[in-house]
Design a protein around this ligand. Sequence first.
Ligand SMILES: Cc1ncc(C[n+]2csc(CCOP(=O)(O)OP(=O)(O)O)c2C)c(N)n1
Ligand SMILES: [Mg+2]
Length: 389
Amino acid sequence: MTTTTPQKATRTSSRRAPKQPAVTTETTGIASSESLPDDRTASQTASFDARVAAEDPGTLRKLYRDMLFVRRFEERTAQSYQQAQIGGYCHLNLGEEATVIGLGAAMRPTDYLFTNYREHGYALAKGIGPGRVMAELYGRSTGTSKGWGGSMHMYDTQTRLLGGYAIVGGQVPLAVGAALAIDYRGGDDVVVCQMGEGTTNIGAFHESLNLAALWNLPIVFLVVNNQTGMGTTVEKSSAEPDLWKRAAAYRMRGERVDGTDVLAVRDTAGQLIDTARREGRPALLEAVSHRLKGHSVVDPAKYRTEEMVTAARSHDPIEIWKSALLKTGALSEDSATALDAEIIAEVAAAVEFAHTSPHPQPSSLFDYTYATPVPGDSRRLPADPLFTA
Ligand SMILES: Cc1ncc(C[n+]2csc(CCOP(=O)(O)OP(=O)(O)O)c2C)c(N)n1
Ligand SMILES: [Mg+2]
């Protein structure tokens, strides 16, 4: 990646103040200390209760529905995988529902989202129909990537989910490129680039943050700190496990939130996205949560200690949110049961849609490799001769 500053004179954007490379910005840990999962105190809980009470009941229920939808969708995905209906690698958002839905609530539909391979929930949050997401998991032609991508490669230009990337850190430079394109064209969209905490040790992460800060690009880097990268804890793999502080190296604003608190994620992400939109200032948001299951659906996660499992279960965002809503009266036990049944039926309909959709034709394998024709691109299928006469 080059570090040459692009020709700013060619940019049409005039929406932001004159660009000063590497503006000095503060780096804080605000929302954070208020509500980190492992040190929530009685007064912090009160603040959580007060924030819940200040919300309109309809909004509270919508957030609950959306989070529960991701939960039931992912549970059904695991089941279908065990039934050998889904192939390849498959990673679930179980335990991260508040981060996924909080982010979705903070973004405009026209904002762009890049994610890692753990993206089913983000695809739903971006507004892609559950049938199309499940069909992609099933490898069917009605899926988001016409069945050729699978679990790790959801992609949808209409809702602006620009992938689903299997290579750790692969999405980060591309997301910065998208932010640069927005800036060149003078648009007011924002890019959010989601990644796991393990990704913050990849070289491309640092190159990308550097350029985003130098060029004042409208991008928010969302680090989902589920405290585990495959089987390694963040403390064992990161010399600085307070990941939000990494923003300081690029004079970028860094924040940490409780990733199991949907309101905290929505509000903090909302502030950072707003600043990126208005001022073209990038930021880093670390959302701390727990992975409820193994790294992928085939990982029994035997490396996790009893304490880690207990901590994950006691910070289950669905349970936290459900009890908060029962307390405020926004939800009753009966309405919660009815809602759950409704969601399970919708997920079952998505499975039915996927199951009855056609497989893609092998002859279409190369149809979507490049956006424009590329001379000499190989269209050789398995068992085809290497050379034709
Ligand atoms: C460049 C690269 N190195 C290694 C891998 C193998 N790998 C897949 S996921 C993963 C862990 C990533 O952890 P994190 O970034 O925390 O994301 P999470 O799975 O927790 O969402 C690794 C090492 C990979 N896919 N790409
Ligand atoms: Mg992780």
